[in-house]
Design a protein around this ligand. Structure first.
Ligand SMILES: NC(=O)c1ccc[n+]([C@@H]2O[C@H](COP(=O)([O-])OP(=O)(O)OC[C@H]3O[C@@H](n4cnc5c(N)ncnc54)[C@H](OP(=O)(O)O)[C@@H]3O)[C@@H](O)[C@H]2O)c1
Length: 231
């Protein structure tokens, strides 16, 4: 049987549950100490996944920032940063975006079958384009990642991706950071969208840890039997 990777969802949100504001510029929710913690988590993963809308809006680099952590990965026989992964239906992606243009690591684009030829034309050799069904099937994506040797996958948003991993029962752990301010604008994006989540008032998720990091708080939720508190 093909295993799927251990799936760790990572998100920063405001007190009122927003992951960004409605302005063009990316909203910084964490503090320096927490960004460094996230860097450590990244360095411990084989791949990092973000949705295509996050690439378009935030232009993330998705690389391990610390030179020491990159060197430690290389010493373990790994690439300096994890494989970058995205999911798209339209393949409306700029090959000059930092996701594709920076970092000597593999970039995987899981794409709706109908958009595969367009994706090849648009991205050329900047990424490996992989048909992911029509409609795109997250189970197929995680099985393919496992077959490519990805054992630990970090999902860094946005809300469309988090919602799907949670509602599909494909998440093992949630690391949720709450920043000490409000956004207060219902047109801003939230942590998740509407959905049929496995956890509700009658099936509460397991809170596995709480840590204050300066002015933010990290909440760790165990979402499956695979959760390992030591990780
Ligand atoms: N605070 C944080 O921790 C954090 C982290 C990341 C992002 N964010 C914020 O989140 C916002 C973006 O979130 P979002 O929910 O709009 O988008 P998203 O989850 O980043 O990406 C959604 C896109 O991914 C593709 N996609 C996802 N599932 C798919 C499926 N099953 N089939 C086909 N395509 C699929 C589609 O791309 P196409 O449109 O190309 O078809 C879809 O539009 C931004 O404001 C960003 O700043 C915050």
């Amino acid at each position: 049987m093909v295993e799927r990777p251990y799936v760790l969802l990572s998100c920063g949100m405001s007190i009122d549950g927003y992951v960004d504001d409605a302005a063009d510029q990316r909203l910084l929710l964490s503090n320096d100490a927490d960004f460094d913690r996230v860097d450590e988590v990244r360095a411990g993963c084989d791949a990092i996944l973000v949705g295509a809308a996050t690439i378009r809006s935030d232009n993330p680099r998705l690389l391990v920032r610390s030179a020491q952590r990159r060197a430690a990965r290389v010493a373990r026989g790994l690439p300096p940063s994890p494989v970058k992964v995205t999911v798209t239906g339209s393949c409306d992606l700029d090959p000059e975006a930092d996701f594709f243009a920076v970092g000597d690591v593999d970039k995987l684009v899981y794409c709706a079958a109908a958009s595969v030829p367009a994706a090849h034309r648009r991205l050329g050799d900047r990424a490996t384009v992989i048909p992911a069904g029509d409609p795109v099937d997250l189970h197929r994506i995680t099985a393919d990642l496992a077959a490519r040797g990805i054992r630990r996958l970090m999902v860094e948003g946005g809300g469309t991706m988090h919602t799907q991993f949670l509602t599909a029962g494909l998440a093992d752990e949630l690391q949720l950071v709450v920043a000490p301010f409000f956004v207060g604008d219902s047109s801003a994006p939230r942590f998740v969208h509407d959905g049929d989540f496995p956890w509700g008032p009658h099936r509460r998720a397991t809170l596995a840890g709480v840590r204050q990091i300066g002015d933010v708080v990290l909440l760790r939720y165990a979402l499956s039997d695979r959760f390992d508190p030591a990780d």
